[in-house]
Ligand binder design. Structure first.
Ligand SMILES: Cc1cc2nc3c(=O)[nH]c(=O)nc-3n(C[C@H](O)[C@H](O)[C@H](O)COP(=O)(O)O)c2cc1C
Ligand code: SF4
Length: 440
């Protein structure tokens, strides 16, 4: 299978090697075309965003206003803070120049003169690697004023790296812009959307690192070539980050529509000890979990996963074997989203806290069946009632895990009830207090 994003080429991160393999030819070609041609090509290719929502990239670019005197911006989202997602850093490390070339083409298509690559603050190593690649590209005249001469074009742009400061919420596009502006990373109410009112009130496009890295091959080989790879409704390849209970965790570039079971067993080497799979979260921790006995035939692309009751998200596949304590897992996930909630809206700020509190009660063995209904109720009341999608990110894993594993959770709380009754009886005996019936 041809790899588009992470081809098996030794030292491809070096600019000379990248050029030897045809690097920057796509940018040269793009600058001979009109901006409409480029947007049209990417639209027809069917390229969808790889940052979570799988939105059509070309369509997003076409929202940028043409007749405006305002400066336009391009932001590349490399915040990558979703638990289970670790693919963009592979691009920073192994193919940064293809990302840079994609940036040049995209910036030209939307006429953005300033580009920010927003990178997760904890990615010290990858920030350095990406900065080195940028410096090399600048030195060769591929970015900045000199690119006019290098490519024989009127267009030029500047590219800067901006380091995040450890907040998951700054991966959300509007809080990313607030963060870039030096403000608190609060998501903005939409509409207006970034294409109308983005950075400093100017038209802005935000795309994920992997999305933009797809652009040079599309321009080189044409939209028809790309649209025939993988699933027609979500074409191309995806970088699947596989973690959890697998023998060979890692990032696998595979066509969209690859079977989830193939990713787990054929590529990631199956489950240690040949244990059964209890649960898989297919797209990063915020996506609805699937039961291990429902994985047969599930394809990994946006539409197929929607039909299977989940979502592709960032393609971060988290595998949990039959011995996993799902209650603990869910409590840990709930802790993360509660901690990362920016606190602007009440359903998210309060709801994530309650989800964590109830789940911790379950972990301690003090939960009851009615707590399971309460979890579903709190999650349902968060969904759709918040400024940004962190609300859903927090609610989905809880609602879907409790609903889909109701038998598991019920068994767990019934064990907990009998255990906690026993404990109470035991402690009463120890303190010589006359026994009274314990009711809940
Ligand atoms: C809480 C939250 C965190 C997000 N984190 C990221 C992230 O780290 N990287 C990313 O590309 N998109 C992230 N997104 C999605 C972005 O808001 C945006 O949709 C995406 O960057 C657009 O790029 P794409 O169209 O190329 O997918 C996040 C969304 C939410 C709600
Ligand atoms: S949903 Fe949560 S993270 Fe998003 S704006 Fe509201 S409080 Fe902040």
């Amino acid at each position: 299978m041809e790899k588009i994003i992470l081809p098996d080429i030794k030292d491809l991160h070096l600019i000379d090697i990248y050029i030897q393999h045809g690097g920057f030819a796509a940018a040269k070609k793009a600058f001979t075309k009109t901006t409409d041609d480029i947007i049209d090509e990417v639209k027809k290719s069917g390229l969808r965003g790889r940052g979570g929502a799988a939105f059509l990239a070309g369509l997003k670019w076409s929202f940028m206003p043409k007749s405006t005197d305002k400066p336009k911006y391009l932001c590349i989202n490399g915040d990558e803070s979703e638990p289970g997602s670790f693919k963009d850093r592979q691009i920073f490390e192994y193919n940064p120049h293809q990302l840079i070339e994609g940036i040049l083409i995209t910036a030209y298509a939307i006429q953005a003169k300033i580009v920010y690559i927003y990178i997760r603050g904890e990615y010290h190593k990858w920030i350095k690697l990406m900065q080195k690649a940028l410096d090399d590209a600048y030195a060769r005249g591929f970015i900045g004023e000199k690119m006019k001469e290098t490519f024989g074009t009127d267009f030029s742009c500047e590219v800067y790296i901006h380091k995040g400061a450890g907040a998951y919420i700054c991966g959300e596009e509007s809080s990313l812009m607030n963060s870039l502006e030096g403000q608190r990373g609060y998501p903005r109410v939409k509409p207006p959307f970034p294409a109308q009112n983005g950075l400093w009130g100017n038209p802005t496009t935000i795309n994920n690192v992997e999305t933009i890295t797809n652009v040079p091959p599309i321009i080189n080989k044409g939209w028809e070539w790309f649209s025939k790879i993988g699933e027609p409704r979500h074409p191309g390849t995806l970088l699947f980050g596989v973690s959890g209970h697998v023998n060979k965790p890692g990032v696998y570039e595979l066509p969209t529509g690859t079977l989830l079971t193939d990713i787990i067993y054929k590529y990631a080497g199956g489950v240690p000890g040949d244990k059964k799979i209890l649960c898989v979260i297919p797209g990063g921790s915020s996506m609805p979990p699937l039961r291990g006995d429902q994985l047969e035939g599930v394809k990994m692309d946006a539409e197929s996963l929607k039909n299977a009751g989940s979502a592709i998200g960032t393609g971060g596949v988290i595998v949990m074997d039959e011995d996993t304590d799902l209650v603990k897992v869910l409590a840990r996930i709930a802790h993360f989203y509660h901690h990362e909630s920016c606190g602007q809206c009440t359903p998210c700020r309060e709801g994530t806290g309650w989800l964590e509190k109830i789940l911790k009660r379950l972990v301690k063995g003090e939960g009851s069946s009615s707590d399971l209904d309460l979890l579903i109720s709190v999650a349902t009341n968060i969904e759709g009632n918040t400024i940004c999608a962190l609300g859903e990110a927090a609610a989905w894993p809880v609602r879907f895990m409790v609903t889909r594993f109701r038998d598991y959770f019920e068994e767990r709380v019934s064990k907990e009830v009998s255990l906690s009754v026993k404990n109470k009886v035991h402690s009463m005996r120890n303190t010589s207090i006359p026994l009274a019936p314990v009711t809940r």
